[in-house]
Ligand binder design. Sequence first.
Ligand code: FAD
Ligand code: EPU
Length: 336
Amino acid sequence: MKHHFNFSLKNYNTFGVESVARELIEFDEEEELLKFFRDNIPENKLILGGGSNILFTKDFEGTVIHYKKKGIEILSEDDNEIILRSHAGEDWDALVEFSVQNNWYGIENLSLIPGTVGAAPVQNIGAYGVEMKDCLIEVEGVSLLELKKEILPAAKCNFGYRTSIFKEKLKNQFLITAVVIKLSKTKKLNLDYRALRDYFQGRNFEEIDINEVRKGVIEIRQSKLPNPSELGNAGSFFKNPVIDEERLSYFQSLYRDIPYHKIGEAIYKVPAAWLIEKAGLKGKRIGNVDVHKNQALVIVNYGDATGKEIIDFAEMVKNTVNEKFGIKLEYEVNII
Ligand code: FAD
Ligand code: EPU
């Protein structure tokens, strides 16, 4: 365990913005945390993983909790399935790589998503047609309200598109310490997502193997998304908005090329990146902040931007899209 005071979080968030935490405590074990907070659970607290989905707009006048335990173990297996437990401090992509190397199917489309395993259920991470909830059995953690260990089965996690109970009702109230997932030992690939289909165009899909899928996903991502170790960012800043059939028909009458994806009966998701681009903001730069030239959903810090400059810029993007399309974009990134 390490206890820091007045701690700079600049290297603890992928935007690379400065923010000083009044207190930061790094825990290696659940028991340490339970003992440490036994008599006094801080009122104002923030759980921090790898800081890849967070924007600090000011200093944090409270206690940052950072849980570091790593490790992946096999809980059970048969000829068809394997059940793994990963501790929360493990790097998400290390878990994906380990699974792919063993030909365990289910999370290969989630390759190269930055961050920790513990944060993966928080916004139900998703990419290329797969979401965390598709393989999740249960989440283990500590309730920071009652200071006791708890296990939440997937059905109680209220998973949705980029959301869960941990991003809403239990935000900063439930420290995820481990995640239990089920993967398939028999070949099951999901190649339906447009960008993946295009990547494998001309190939016999039956012959594609799990290593190629991981490689494909990594290449697609690297061609669009800036690497946070070179350019500060937190991936998609906004969620893709959901609209009804009437709205979609109206937009189609104005823009014949509007991309959309049916997600339910008369409900459609439209790419926020397309809206931002059509609003003329792709590549738009103010000071040290811009809309990334290859992916309009990503806001980039070119160096010394403050969190305040980034959030002001994001508000400008939101207002411009609202004025043009009457659609209010929602932040995907957690704003502190
Ligand atoms: P943090 O940013 O530290 O925290 C995120 C949230 O989770 C915070 O609210 C925090 O309080 C909470 N949290 C963190 N750890 C715990 C814990 N142990 N217990 C309880 N709460 C916790 N996301 C996608 O879904 N799909 C993508 O394709 C994708 N691509 C990205 C690409 C780039 C280049 C970047 C920078 C980000 C991308 N993201 C994507 C967003 C991000 O990687 C994920 O949200 C990731 O799960 C965040 O992990 P983290 O450990 O960095 O969490
Ligand atoms: N598009 C544009 N302009 C752009 C980029 C995209 O018009 O600059 C349009 C294109 O029509 C494209 C469509 O948007 O076909 C979708 O683009 P892409 O496949 O890149 O996906 P996205 O909707 O922009 C979402 C996730 C990503 C995830 C990818 C792949 C959200 C908010 N974002 O992006 O997640 O990696 O799909 O599945 O849902 C993240 O959450 O941080 C993240 C990066």
